[in-house]
Design a binder for this molecule. Structure first.
Ligand SMILES: C[S@@+](CC[C@H](N)C(=O)[O-])C[C@H]1O[C@@H](n2cnc3c(N)ncnc32)[C@H](O)[C@@H]1O
Length: 291
């Protein structure tokens, strides 16, 4: 039976051998790896990775694809296909009786673009609640514009709240671009392969929840200066710097930014990760930041 790609599941089959090989090379696969694949589709990527790893679990939402996929793929001793939604599936519960498929250490996937944000959150966690057992390495094929935000450097246009949130939890790098024509059917946008290496950013934020709120607030309106976006921070969250050094302006924020060597005229995208952490660490402990 021919399976027509379904739009509602973001089905775009990757047809480029070169892109597939780049994804596999980027994953640095070895015999001991236990891989999670999200959305195997017709299994092009699955077939390439299986010979190189100890085992692989694939989660596919499309029931019709699942009916034939496991049979088509083979590798019954080391391939487990789960039908379900990666965002809601309780993976540990499903794997509880499959010891060979537990402790997955890598993720390799060409994901549905409409749920990229939630997938990243599922794999990495959030700043305030990072994944308790993070993967060693994650290779994803994503929409190019999202990829640019993931590996963006401070000061560049693409650097935004997503960049800070993800880069705090993982090192991000571009592997290669993949043009829309490399898929069937071609999506409306180009794509890119990114590699994420989950890490503990140093220096750590004293209060990760506060950093998360600060970043959300700081990028609320990208065209505004950071200090204007941060006006919602009331006096009680400003640091205990001697009041003599405070001016009457901007709730003392200008002074704080200067103290941290941040240009008070800066926009949010100009701050480095370390400066976000420093700013967050300067805010007094309390009930958090109102947003
Ligand atoms: C862009 S296609 C990639 C297919 C295949 N890996 C390839 O490279 O050709 C995305 C795949 O994810 C599946 N999918 C979509 N939403 C999903 C979800 N919430 N959970 C698991 N799989 C999902 C789709 O059915 C589809 O097979």
């Amino acid at each position: 039976m021919v399976h027509r790609p379904r739009k509602q599941f973001g089905q775009h089959w990757l047809r480029s051998e070169k892109a597939l090989d780049n994804i596999i090379a980027a994953a640095e696969l070895s015999e001991g790896d236990r891989v999670l694949e999200i959305g195997p589709g017709q299994g092009v990527l699955t077939r390439k990775l299986l010979p190189k790893v100890q085992s692989a679990v694939a989660v596919e939402i499309d029931r019709d694809l699942c009916k034939v996929l496991a049979q088509k793929i083979g590798y019954f001793d080391k391939f487990l296909l789960l039908q379900g939604d990666i965002l809601t599936l309780d993976l540990p519960a499903h794997l509880a009786s499959f010891p060979n498929f537990q402790n997955l250490n890598k993720v390799v996937a060409n994901i549905p673009y409409n749920i990229t944000g939630p997938i990243l959150e599922k794999l990495l966690g959030r700043i305030a609640t990072p994944a308790s057992a993070p993967y060693d390495l994650i290779v994803l094929l994503v929409q190019k514009e999202v990829a640019e935000r993931l590996y963006a450097k401070p000061g560049s246009r693409a650097f935004g709240a997503l960049s800070v949130r993800v880069q705090y939890l993982a090192e991000c790098e571009l592997i290669c671009s993949v043009p829309a024509r490399d898929f069937y059917p071609p999506p409306k946008v180009d794509s890119a392969v990114v590699r994420l290496r989950p890490r503990q950013f140093e220096p750590q934020a004293n209060d990760a929840k506060k950093l998360e709120s600060l970043v959300r607030l700081g990028f609320a309106e990208k065209r505004k200066m950071l200090r204007n976006n941060l006006k919602a921070i009331s006096d009680r969250f400003l640091p205990a710097i001697p009041s003599a050094s405070l001016n009457e302006n901007e709730y003392g924020l200008t002074d704080l930014l200067e103290k941290l060597n941040i240009n008070p005229q800066a926009r949010a995208e100009e701050l480095s990760l370390a400066q976000w952490v420093a700013l967050s660490n300067c805010l007094q402990d309390g009930e958090g930041i109102k947003s």
